[in-house]
Design a protein around this ligand. Structure first.
Ligand SMILES: C[S@@+](CC[C@H](N)C(=O)[O-])C[C@H]1O[C@@H](n2cnc3c(N)ncnc32)[C@H](O)[C@@H]1O
Length: 277
């Protein structure tokens, strides 16, 4: 491809193979222009003249940081508060309603946002939880929020959003659990300390090791496996089975589906384990 930087078919293949190995993301050739434009910014930033030079650099030990930046540039982080709102209704009505009494009696409740991007998904889970169990912060209740990209995990942990970003949050919930502030002449909304204390943010690669021990009452894995090949998707769905309580639920993206044995549908893009209540 001709442009500001020389970008050959061979360069594209090296990028695609790096990305698949690092994250499971399968890049189709039709994405070459997108890859060029996302990485051209990186080449400019580090002052390289060709993709060949850039790819040789990221393969060296001193290119490790840039390798992370390249991964971040190639992943899609689009998300929003209460995306696919029916999932949060389902979480409230089918998972939390059923468990609230035992959680109030001291039982443990664990939710996982497994591709949390900049945090809108785990905070939407936290707001749903707090609307069902307002005293959740004093109970054995935690949300694990993870993503492969450390930059988005830092943004999620900071929990600061624009007025526009929070517009999908019901006002009463927003006003109760977030604070409105002025920063550099604009309004921002900050997730409150109480809500933040419910969530543990960490990096985690869905195709790598999962260090968690306990099981989850709900796993959100939405709009990420769509970038993976089918066998990688199937491996992740299969791994989730042993991380779900028998009564647990798996929430996936609107254009994804779970087609490995052991799951049955529990509503639109929601699954439960076969034979489970
Ligand atoms: C489109 S966002 C989806 C965010 C959120 N789940 C939602 O549905 O709004 C996809 C996220 O998946 C993350 N991701 C990509 N590959 C991953 C992997 N192998 N492990 C964990 N996260 C990954 C990206 O960094 C990105 O933040």
């Amino acid at each position: 491809m001709e442009g500001e930087f020389l970008f050959t078919e061979e360069d594209f293949k090296r990028i695609a193979s790096f990305l698949k190995e690092a994250s499971g993301i399968h890049l189709q050739e039709a994405k070459a222009t997108l890859v060029y434009s996302r990485l051209a910014k990186r080449l400019r930033k580090v002052g390289m003249r060709t993709f060949h030079e850039y790819l040789s650099f990221i393969a060296t030990p001193s290119g490790a940081e840039e390798r992370d930046a390249m991964l971040a540039a190639l992943t899609t982080n689009v998300t929003r508060f209460f995306r696919e709102p029916h999932h949060f209704d389902h979480l409230r009505d089918s998972v939390l309603a059923r468990l609230a009494a035992s959680v109030r009696g001291g039982a443990r409740l664990r939710l996982w946002s497994s591709a949390c991007s900049t945090g809108q998904e785990p905070y939407s889970m936290a707001l749903t939880l707090l609307s069902a169990i307002p005293e959740a912060t004093r109970l054995d209740v935690r949300i694990l929020a993870t993503d492969i990209d450390p930059v988005v995990v830092d943004t999620a942990r900071a929990g600061v959003y624009s007025e526009e970003a929070v517009s999908a949050i019901p006002a009463a919930l927003r006003d109760k659990w977030m604070s409105r502030e002025r920063e550099s002449g604009r309004t921002i909304w900050r997730a409150g300390a109480e809500m933040r204390s419910l969530i543990a943010f960490n990096t985690l690669n869905l195709i790598g090791e999962w260090p968690m021990r306990g099981k989850f009452d709900a796993i959100f894995c939405r709009n990420v496996v769509i970038y993976f090949e089918e066998h990688t998707q199937a491996r992740i769905w299969t791994r989730f089975r042993s991380f779900l309580h028998p009564h647990g639920r798996l929430y996936i993206g609107h254009s994804e589906r779970v087609d490995v044995p052991g799951y049955v549908s529990d509503g639109l893009t929601v699954y439960r384990l076969e034979g489970a209540p």
